[in-house]
Design a protein. Structure first.
Length: 199
């Protein structure tokens, strides 16, 4: 029995923090897990910047409401879900992801949650579990699934490498060069074809 595990941002939807960086005019917020492998460090740094600028959840959600999935992402997901089970495993947060999941046809999403004060300030975050992508893949394998994984960033590499088959999708040149044994794709049709080959 197979299950496909996909990253969300950079794979199915644009990077939320990059979109928010552009909308808010704060270039530092362009930094993502493609640049910083330590997610805890990255998120705490982001929250410090939000506090410094007096920005909270509402401002980020206003930007997310205007983000659409990448062209072809919903069709890719629909076709993939007609063939096998699919879970999106993301380091994003429930409060960010919901509008995007609606636009993608409500696929299953495993992610984290934000701690938000009454005034909308994001005061912290709670990760679902440690090393959530790798831990989830290992958990799925422990209940009888063979996993196939795809992602674009440093934080996807562990789940990709732990899976029966794993692929880079729209990754950076440096991640692709550092992982020459992993097939890397730029188009949904090519990724779908590679997944079909191992199903």
């Amino acid at each position: 029995m197979n299950i496909v595990c996909l990253d969300m941002e950079g794979v199915l939807v644009p990077e939320i923090w990059i979109a928010f960086s552009e909308a808010s005019g704060i270039p530092e917020l362009k930094r993502t897990t493609r640049d910083e492998p330590d997610y805890d460090k990255l998120m705490n740094w982001r929250l410090d910047i939000l506090r410094e600028h007096g920005l909270g959840l509402r401002e980020i959600q206003d930007v997310i409401a205007r983000i659409d999935p990448m062209p072809g992402a919903k069709e890719f997901l629909d076709e993939l879900r007609s063939m096998t089970q699919v879970i999106i495993i993301s380091d994003t947060f429930e409060q960010f992801a919901q509008p995007l999941m609606r636009k993608l046809g409500w696929p299953t999403l495993f992610c984290n949650t934000l701690e938000v004060a009454d005034d909308g300030e994001i005061v912290g975050f709670r990760m679902r579990c440690e090393k959530s992508k790798l831990t989830t893949v290992r958990g799925l394998q422990s209940i009888g699934y063979e996993t196939i994984a795809a992602g674009d960033s440093f934080n996807d590499l562990a789940m990709i490498r732990a899976s029966k088959a794993g692929f880079l999708f729209r990754s950076t040149e440096s991640i692709i060069q550092d992982n020459p044994d992993l097939s890397a794709f730029e188009e949904f049709d090519d990724l779908l074809g590679a997944i079909k080959d191992v199903l």
